[in-house]
Design a protein around this ligand. Structure first.
Ligand code: DGJ
Length: 740
């Protein structure tokens, strides 16, 4: 890996063994983008990549010709207002009302490793040799604003991390109306755009479309990254698939309002922008102040979607997630939410926990309803003290009893919210985000605390820390069950109201940072009504997230498959729940529910006492199985094999680092009579190793399994030959393949 600067041609070349990223200082002093893609050899001058062709009717900068129009030039960090009519990366508003700026190259420096970003989650290095960071400085002479563009190239994988830092070194207060994390101008639009979209209980389904002239965009204006759109996009060449072809993935490490967009111009060039959503954003920068954008991560590969995903998985597992739990297999948990909802007592919880312990569960989690006057959705949020009617011995008493059973204890919080029926609200009615003289809209009867205020974050921190200091809590589920409306903070002046959404998220990050620092061994799981804030920003603090409130095995196929495009298996909270399922009322076999949930953190979302004797024995086997294989399942290399979006079947697999163990999950939604012959071509195996298939007792070589395929045809469909267990709808199989 290296970052080179060619003095004569003023060209930067960032490269490792997979990618090259090349940019140059153009004749007008601005930065031009020359190349991004597969590694190419270095040379002194790449200026032939700079296309400045003469186009009629263009707005030009120089008197000497018609060819230098920013409108048609690929740039690095374009600004609003001169000759580029596409949407730009930056907009600086001056006191006189002008919004024009022109950022001119000033200089650069290179550092080994990667700097932390002030108050924001970001990828990191542990050793300086893992990455190099280029800082390119640009300045606008009229406003005196300086911007530093940060580019970190990692030694491993086709990974570039980018962000921008603004410094107001002028003599007037300015306002940033737009400060994107990344701009990427590409020479053509011959890509399929893929996004992860959905809604509550249907998160992160994969949607694809062609890029046509104009703007294609996704984003969130909800204050959280949202169920609806995920801050992640893929650009893949039309013929690229899971196994081969050029793919670019862009991921934003941010949990608040965001925008990611592709703009195709009249000449089919493509501009990608990613960063904080510019609508409802304006950041005031007094003289001497600075502003750091969130980080965006770009992954390029010419080896298909699976390889792109694996690159993200590894980076986010090892160099975004942090702390004690980063590299550890996750405890198998039992959460009481779907077992009891709000209806429980301490003894009832112990009854559930005892059965869980008997089955081998390691962590019992008490969900919503344990605090203040929380007997339902309408009261209690904000009062993080145990309800003595439900928990006469407090959290400590319950935690001690659970620990006494030989299990760990976990607890649910929703730190950012308050019900009006709470002591916190009665004492501080001004602590919610709301606009004066306007209606206060609720979501699930709750209001959003103003986390842009330090004293609010302090107060919640103190309440949570008091519980964690007193009781042995090993896990926290941090929930967030509504988006922001009427965003306004009475603590901030009128001309800083455009900062509140971002300041809110900074407050959330601050609380996470303080809690994870004081309680480094507590495992945090993020949650927002399921997967409403399942983003890389959260992964920095919480190495796992509740993927969706929808725990139906069939629904989960699409949700987990889509999520895997960017996020590792170790980050996906996935549990076995009861049938009929509480979200879709579907009956799926117990083994299928487990076969889906194994590809995640694994746990149970039910009262195991409610199962039959046979089912209990099956659960015990599932737990023993997960304990044996979770290292591979959670930290192995994950491959998508067959998409649930394509038809009736789905499949995925993981392979251990030493390639001696592979686990293949195969799923069929509806049974069919006399079905076709089916095979799964596996991936990532050692071609010459012999893998024992534990289901059939047969041995297959890795090359057979990868090139001829694992035969999954169903011998029981249509008829039930003697002695063979008939298959039905929602069938699944887990193939365990091991080299002895
Ligand atoms: C939403 C979460 O996603 C659920 O798992 C549960 O914790 C409820 N909130 C509790 O209110």
């Amino acid at each position: 890996m290296s970052i080179l600067y060619h003095e004569n041609s003023k060209t930067f070349h960032l490269y490792n063994d997979r990618i090259s990223y090349i940019m140059t200082v153009m004749r007008n002093g601005q930065l031009g983008q020359l190349y991004y893609g597969k590694r190419i050899r270095d040379r002194e001058d790449f200026s032939h990549f700079l296309e400045t062709c003469e186009r009629p009717m263009s707005s030009c900068i120089y008197d000497d010709g018609k060819s230098f129009s920013l409108e048609h030039i690929r740039q690095e960090y374009p600004s609003f207002g001169t000759t580029d009519y596409r949407q730009g990366a930056v907009e600086v508003r001056q006191e006189n009302g002008s919004s024009i700026s022109e950022f001119i190259y000033q200089g650069y420096r290179i550092e080994e490793g990667k700097p932390a970003l002030a108050a924001l989650p970001a990828t990191y290095t542990e050793k300086a040799e893992e990455a190099q960071t280029l800082f390119v400085t640009l300045a606008d002479s009229v406003t005196g604003v300086r911007v530093e563009l940060l580019y970190t190239i990692f030694a491993e994988g086709g990974v570039l991390a980018r962000s921008a830092r603004f410094y107001n070194e002028g003599e007037q207060t300015i306002r940033l109306g737009r400060a994107m994390s990344l701009c990427l101008d590409l020479p053509d639009r011959d890509y399929i755009w893929q996004q992860l979209s959905g809604c509550w209980a249907r998160e992160r389904h994969i949607y694809s479309r062609n890029l046509e002239p104009g703007i294609t965009s996704i984003g969130s204006m909800r204050g959280n990254s949202s169920h609806e759109q995920n801050p992640f996009l893929v650009l893949k060449r039309p013929f690229a698939d899971e196994r081969q072809g050029e793919v670019i993935g862009i991921s934003l490490i941010y949990s608040g309002n965001f925008r990611m967009q592709a703009e195709v111009d009249a000449h089919d060039t493509l501009r990608i922008l990613a960063g904080i959503e510019p609508d409802a954003f304006e950041w005031k920068l007094e003289c001497g102040e600075s502003f750091q954008t969130p980080e965006a991560v770009m992954v390029y590969t010419d080896r298909g979607l699976n390889h792109m995903s694996q690159t993200f998985h590894k980076l986010y597992q090892k160099r975004l997630a942090r702390g004690y739990w980063r590299d550890r297999v996750r405890p198998i948990l039992n959460n009481n939410w779907e077992a009891t909802y709000f209806d429980f007592t301490e003894d009832r919880l112990i009854e559930i926990a005892s059965k869980a312990k008997e089955c081998g569960v390691e962590l019992f989690v008490l969900d919503d309803g344990w605090f203040g006057g929380r007997n339902g959705e309408k009261a209690g949020l904000g009062d993080w003290k145990p309800n003595p009617e439900r928990l006469p011995n407090g959290i400590k008493g319950l935690a001690d009893r659970v620990e006494g059973l030989g299990m760990q204890f976990g607890l649910w919080f929703e730190p950012e919210m308050v019900n009006k029926d709470s002591d916190l609200y009665r004492q501080h009615p001004d602590w919610i985000l709301s606009t004066p003289q306007r209606r206060q809209s609720h979501g699930r009867f709750q209001y959003v605390l103003d986390f842009s205020r330090r004293e609010v974050v302090d107060a919640i921190y103190e309440q949570m820390a008091a519980i964690l200091r007193e009781a042995k809590v090993s896990y926290i589920k941090w929930d967030m069950n509504r988006s922001i409306t009427e965003c306004y903070s009475t603590a901030w002046p009128a001309d800083q109201q455009g900062e509140i959404y971002h300041r809110y998220i900074l407050g959330v990050y601050d609380l996470y940072e303080r809690l994870t620092s004081e309680f480094p061994k507590v495992l945090f799981e993020s949650c927002a009504s399921g997967g409403g804030r399942f983003d890389p920003g959260m992964l920095y603090y919480a190495p796992q997230g509740w993927t969706s409130d929808n725990s139906d095995a069939v629904e989960r196929l699409k949700i987990q498959y889509g999520t895997s495009l960017c996020y590792p298996v170790s980050s996906m909270g996935s549990h076995v729940s009861v049938v009929p399922n509480h979200q879709v009322f579907r009956n799926t076999p117990l083994h299928t529910r487990a076969n889906v949930a194994y590809f995640g953190t694994f746990g149970y979302e039910l009262d195991l006492n409610s199962l039959t004797k046979e089912e209990t024995e099956e659960v015990k086997e599932q737990i023993a199985f997960m304990k044996k294989y979770r290292q591979v399942l959670q930290f192995g290399t994950f491959y998508r094999l067959e998409s649930p979006f394509g038809g009736n079947e789905a499949a995925w697999m993981v392979v251990s680092e030493d390639r001696r163990t592979a686990l293949v999950g195969w799923y069929r939604v509806l049974n069919c009579v006399n079905g076709r012959y089916t095979r799964l071509r596996l991936e990532g195996l050692d071609p010459s190793a012999c893998y024992w298939d534990r289901r059939s007792g047969q041995c297959h070589f890795g090359d057979e399994l990868m090139y001829a395929g694992l035969i999954t045809s169903d011998e029981t469909a249509g008829q039930t030959p003697g002695g063979v267990e008939p298959c039905t709808d929602f069938e699944s199989r887990l193939y365990v393949l091991e080299v002895e």
